[in-house]
Design a protein around this ligand. Structure first.
Ligand code: G3P
Ligand code: MG
Length: 373
């Protein structure tokens, strides 16, 4: 397993993003650059939403970051390990759920850095697995020859012996006529991307083992392992059910332990997502871009403080702590963490009950700083 170090941001986003300059009231502007000296990264699951329902007064809290005309005043983004939809689609979904304008640039998902691998696999046959629209996500980044696990698996008769028992499975037989089956069966898969939480674990583990053991040609003889990328490695996360649900990391553990039992060499893979430091470096760069497009001023701009508001100590808080200055970590009690005090292993700079309380703390703290200037 190896972790990616450096990340640059996909310039795509610069084009499809529209934010108006806000009025100057109460955003703590750094004197030298007339831009807010602070920015905020919000985790989604367990902080802003539980499933698809807003939690912790998140809509009202976020609305305080816009001015009366609806223009963004304080640069913020959603920094989630989740995914499955292109950033633009996820931004409109968040706008719907929260009743405010969220631009695609304000949505950074676990799979967002996958665009970095277009140079390497842009024209190669790659399989994209997970809930939602994994193939659309990848083609949105520029992958020209990507196929979803659903469509790929439907090309191989009997590859999933349990398919006849899966009532929901329309894919195998009723699926729209896939690309030329012959063409696919003879083409080697060069990489597999786990874009979002897999839905059909038994099929996906089976087909991934078939791809990864055979150099990308299921049913053929053993061969070198194609590359394997995960959007995150979260063991569990909080949704609408009272206790945590298994995440992509749990799927990774299942796949890895089975693969290592049936194959000579241990599974090789790369995990993206928080708590990797490059995710926070990238978030800082994106927040700078948001600030520069809402506060007209040329030249570089450094934030004095970046707030990471998260619910998972091992993922959100650990990541912000590892990223270090200027990150300030705030832990809410609306998700994975439900403790009275702080987390023992990954203590946050501040623990609050809700996102609303977190935003209240930030605005009060920053305007206090402003009055000292
Ligand atoms: O699948 C998403 C989940 O693992 C965590 O999402 O928003 O809490 O980073 P989030
Ligand atoms: Mg979370």
């Amino acid at each position: 397993m190896n972790h990616l170090r450096i990340l640059a941001r996909n310039s795509l986003r610069r084009r499809d993003f529209s934010l108006r300059s806000p009025s100057r009231s109460f955003c703590n502007l750094s004197p030298e650059s007339n831009r807010p000296s602070y920015g905020i990264a919000f985790d989604i699951d367990g902080v802003i939403l539980l499933g698809s329902s807003p939690v912790g007064g998140s809509p009202g809290a976020l609305r305080r970051l816009y001015d009366d005309s609806g223009a963004l005043k304080i640069p913020f983004l959603f920094l989630t390990n989740g995914g499955g939809l292109p950033e633009s689609a996820r931004a409109s979904e968040m706008s719907q759920l929260l009743g405010l304008h969220v631009s695609p640039l304000q949505v950074v998902q676990g799979h967002s850095p996958f665009w970095k691998l277009v140079n390497r696999f842009g024209n190669e046959l790659v399989v994209a697995a997970g809930k939602g629209e994994p193939a659309a996500v990848m083609s949105n980044y520029g992958f020209k020859n990507v196929i979803s696990m659903d469509e790929y698996a439907s090309c191989f008769d009997h590859i999933d012996p349990l398919a006849p028992y899966k009532k929901w499975m329309t894919g195998q037989d009723g699926h729209k006529e896939p690309r030329s089956r012959e063409n696919l069966l003879s083409h080697r898969v060069h990489a597999a991307f786990i874009v979002s939480d897999p839905v059909d674990w038994s099929r996906d583990i089976q087909v991934l083992c078939d791809i990864l053991r055979t150099g990308g040609l299921p049913g053929k003889e053993i061969g070198p392992q194609p590359h394997l990328y995960f959007a995150n490695d979260d063991l569990d996360y909080q949704t609408a059910f009272p206790t945590e649900r298994l995440g992509m990391g749990a799927f990774r553990i299942a796949l890895e332990s089975i693969f290592n039992r049936i194959h000579g060499n241990p599974l090789e893979y790369t995990s993206f997502g928080k708590p990797n430091p490059f995710v926070f470096k990238n978030a800082e760069d994106v927040l700078k871009e948001i600030a520069s497009s809402t506060h007209s001023h040329s030249g570089s701009h450094d934030f004095r403080t970046l707030y990471m508001i998260g619910d998972n100590p091992k993922i959100d808080i650990r990541g912000a702590r590892q990223a270090g200055n200027p990150w300030f970590s705030i832990l809410t009690r609306t998700g994975v963490f439900k403790g009275k005090d702080n987390h023992a292993e990954f203590p946050a700079d501040l623990v609050v009950d809700t996102a609303e309380e977190a935003v209240d703390f930030i605005l009060t703290r920053e305007s206090a700083k402003q009055s000292l200037l």
